[in-house]
Design a protein around this ligand. Structure first.
Ligand code: GPU
Length: 838
């Protein structure tokens, strides 16, 4: 090789220079289509074309990702590891095209195949590695971290099966497995050479080292291999590409071989299955725990592999000296699901690296930070001590030690108060002893945050008040947000276009600028465009509802939408009671002032949550009765959208007029769907719950339809709650209950909704449905009045979008960064692979 050849190698290689000539996107697409995938005909599904395009774009991501990582390493950057059992990513293609600014090039390249991006995108499966809000929040956060050039790595699980697919058979939810990897996942790159071993079972023994020091040792464990799969996370037009590292479980070789050599072939295979089971499926429970052993295995598997990964990288760079470790690392725990990481970091530092306890504890409590996402008691994780003893014997010992030292601190703070020690102990006694994971997370972290102002306030005044008394400075609020890239710029091109015509395009990267839109709230020309954009979006939505539900919606009617997980506290039931009330009015001929509406509900129920499934059935039965009544269809149409997911929301939120956020006050920690609707110009009908409160403050009370009991009133109301009396005194509700009780919606299935009816009528109804009915109906009447004046409605719609600036996850992440993480943004000008902005 000549000197000159060498030079060429370096320039073309990965160390310097623009690796990928941006003008060759077309060539790359064709190369991947013909050679990487070996295709020459574009099939009807365009699956291979999608794969070829994804690979073409991945090339561009990989180049930038390498540079981002190099910068982090070379500049010895402090960074955050975001640990989450869920990342609800949805599709990646459209988002990557937007963030890399490749739209015009992709459009051009696809012309050769006689197609367009919107059509090719349909071949991509949603990455549904999450249940709902918590998982989607993690996905929005990754987008914001990369867009703000922050060194943040997401750590999660590569579930073979994601969130189940929901279909509706005779009005009932049917679950089907989500085999999302079947046709391949072109975005990921595996790194088997970086696999980690995770221990399970076995036992602990003591040994004395040559200096006479006592140690504990976890031995005879059954190890499982954690193999990383990296998914690139592009920032918005800044050439930063972060990483989401997802772990897949595999059997270790020797663990198969022992059995195999002993002649037990089937046992060896069974063992392999056990190991591979760990990352087989996402648990489909939202805000509730089911205490299954496999779930605990998943939690430890993620926590251990991720902590090991960070420590391995540390040791490669700094050797065995951990004195500076806490200056360089933060672990953000997404709820308590990965909170076992607290004990795992202690174990590795103490057992494997022989730090003394105090040093290790100092490092742990300077690096761990915990986010709480719920106050619901059924979602507060507890694991039985006996399960820990069997599965994670050494971790249990460490938790006991953490607890002993913590309780000594409690005793100092509240001398002689034994009850306080019981209340705050990491171990709940009485019956089967349980480990309180939230307490472990609080004790082990330097920061504890809630996800909306009210939520944080309720946490510090209620559930965590003693911890708040002990460590007031640990607690802080970080109101959630959503990424304006996916949730406005990408999913609502027609609205984005007219926004950009007025205020320029910078709002996409700097969402505080959306406030400038306020200037146009009464500009008649702008109103016309705003309305046109909405009508276009409504047409897409109509097509979706027609195709998926067989129900005919009309773009000239008000679109009233509630899409989210089905849960009693979210009160889809209250919504359907209103629908029944409208139906009742129409049948009585009382349509005065009624605005024609299309009501859409959608969401999945946890497969074991019987009441939630019953509510789905009720919605479907009500919809069927209403939709086939010709007398009603001019005023009211109702549909339940099967398989609500991230991709469906991308069509739904741009088309919605009215966003239903009707949870019982104090129950919804924040909500994030509420923010997506607001950004897209929907008005909210809602309770004073979670982030609704902040949404209303931002947009002004006059642009928000408020109803219902307030959080601080709930206890009083419950103390003398008598729904029968409420029903008797409210003719509207009485009439609705009568329709329900007479079996009007279940003529051939008598008694089907008895549980639902009894729930509403129970003096112990925790959701206070009957209580809030009247004010909900009144607020819905206000909605009709407002919608009847389209100019007024459009004004309010514009003001909602204009006031949504602070609900960008960029704002949220900046606050995490300023108050908790203390990271400095990467240098985006140092990235040599540049985005082509032609
Ligand atoms: N949330 Br805990 C979930 O989606 N799943 C969970 O397991 C738990 C909480 C939600 C909250 O219900 C919702 O109010 C919040 O907006 C979201 O987390 C993100 O913080």
């Amino acid at each position: 090789m000549t000197k000159q050849d060498e030079q060429v190698c370096v320039v073309k290689g990965w160390q310097a220079g623009p690796v990928i000539d941006e003008s060759t996107l077309s060539d790359d697409l064709t190369r991947h289509f013909y050679y990487t995938l070996g295709r020459d005909v574009v099939g009807e599904s365009q699956l291979y074309l999608y794969h070829a395009l994804a690979l073409t774009i991945r090339d561009r991501l990989v180049a930038r990702c390498r540079e981002t990582n190099q910068q982090i390493k070379q500049q010895k950057r402090r960074k955050t590891a975001y640990l989450s059992l869920e990342f609800l990513m949805g599709r990646a293609l459209g988002n990557a095209v937007l963030n890399l600014d490749l739209e015009s090039q992709v459009t051009k390249a696809l012309q050769a195949y006689c197609t367009e991006l919107e059509s090719v995108e349909q071949a991509e499966h949603d990455a549904g590695l999450g249940n709902g809000g918590l998982g989607r929040l993690a996905a929005c956060f990754l987008d914001s971290c990369a867009s703000l050039a922050l060194p943040v790595v997401g750590y999660g699980i590569r579930y073979e099966y994601g969130m189940f697919n929901q279909s509706i058979k005779e009005g009932n939810q049917v679950e089907q497995p989500d085999n999302w990897l079947r046709e391949g996942h072109p975005w990921e790159l595996s790194a088997p050479e970086q696999a980690k071993r995770v221990k399970f079972s076995g036992y602990v023994q003591s040994y004395t080292d040559k200096f006479g020091r006592e140690h504990r040792q976890w031995i005879s464990s059954q190890d499982v291999l954690a193999v990383p799969y990296d998914v690139p996370i592009p920032g918005y037009k800044n050439n930063i590409v972060n990483t989401l590292r997802l772990w897949k479980s595999e059997a270790t070789d020797e663990f198969n071989l022992t059995e195999f050599n002993a002649g037990s072939y089937s046992e060896a295979v069974a063992q392999k299955n056990l190991a591979e089971q760990i990352t087989m499926v996402l648990y489909p429970n939202d805000s509730s725990e089911n205490g299954k052993e496999l779930r605990l295995r998943q939690q430890y598997f993620l926590s251990s592999a991720s902590i090991q990964d960070v420590l391995t990288q540390w040791i490669e760079q700094y050797g065995n000296d951990f004195t500076e470790f806490a200056q360089h690392h933060v672990f953000q725990l997404n709820d308590t699901h990965p909170s076992i990481a607290v004990a795992e970091l202690m174990r590795i530092l103490v057992d494997d690296h022989e730090l003394d306890w105090d040093q290790a504890w100092n490092i742990t409590t300077k690096t761990m930070a915990y986010t709480n996402h719920t106050l619901l008691p059924e979602a507060l994780e507890k694991w039985s001590v006996s399960l820990f003893a069997k599965l994670l014997p050494r971790i249990l010992e460490i938790i006991y030690e953490i607890n002993a030292r913590f309780l000594a601190e409690v005793a100092m703070h509240w001398p002689g108060d034994v009850q306080k020690q019981r209340d705050l102990s990491l171990i709940e006694e009485g019956g089967e002893p349980q480990i309180r994971m939230a307490f472990l997370a609080i004790v082990g972290s330097y920061s504890v945050n809630g996800v909306a102002a009210l939520h944080t306030q309720l946490l510090t005044a209620g559930l965590f008040k003693d911890f708040y008394a002990l460590w007031p400075d640990k607690f802080n609020n970080k109101t959630n947000g959503v990424t304006p890239r996916r949730w406005l710029a990408y999913c609502n091109p027609s609205l984005s276009q007219i926004i950009s015509e007025k205020i320029g395009k910078d709002w996409i990267g700097d969402f505080a600028q959306i406030g400038q839109l306020r200037r146009y709230y009464d500009d008649p020309q702008f109103h016309i465009k705003w309305h046109q954009a909405k009508q276009q979006n409504k047409q897409r939505f109509v097509d979706l509802v027609k195709q998926r539900c067989g129900v005919e919606f009309d773009i000239n009617m008000l679109f009233d939408v509630q899409v989210k997980r089905i849960h009693e506290y979210k009160r889809q039931l209250l919504n359907i009671l209103h629908v029944i009330h409208l139906y009742d009015r129409i049948r009585r001929g009382d349509t005065q002032g009624m605005v024609p509406r299309c009501v859409l509900l959608g969401g999945k129920a946890a497969p074991g949550y019987m009441m939630a499934k019953k509510i789905i059935k009720l919605i479907n039965n009500v919809a069927e009765v209403i939709n086939k009544d010709p007398q009603v269809s001019a005023f009211l149409r109702v549909a339940f959208l099967p398989n609500y997911n991230v991709t469906a929301m991308e069509t739904i939120c741009p088309a919605t007029d009215l966003s239903e956020q009707v949870s019982t006050a104090g129950k919804e920690a924040s909500g994030t769907g509420n923010m997506k609707f607001m950004m897209n110009g929907a008005l909210t009908i809602g309770t004073l719950d979670g982030a609704n409160i902040e949404i209303r403050d931002a947009v002004g009370a006059e642009n928000f339809f408020l109803f219902g009991a307030q959080a601080e009133q709930i206890d009083d109301i419950k103390a003398h709650y008598n729904p029968s009396e409420i029903i008797a005194n409210n003719p509207d509700l009485n009439s609705v209950m009568h329709l329900l009780e007479s079996g009007h919606f279940n003529l051939f299935e008598p008694g089907l909704f008895d549980d639902v009816i009894n729930g509403i009528k129970s003096n112990n109804d925790p959701w206070l449905t009957a209580h809030d009915f009247a004010s909900y109906i009144a607020a819905q009447r206000d909605v009709d009045k407002a919608y009847a004046d389209q100019t007024y409605w459009t004004q309010m719609s514009i003001l909602n979008t204009a006031a949504s600036g602070s609900f960008s996850s960029d704002r949220t992440i900046s606050q995490y960064c300023d108050d908790i993480w203390h990271l400095t943004p990467l240098d985006t000008t140092h990235q040599t692979v540049k985005t082509n902005t032609d």
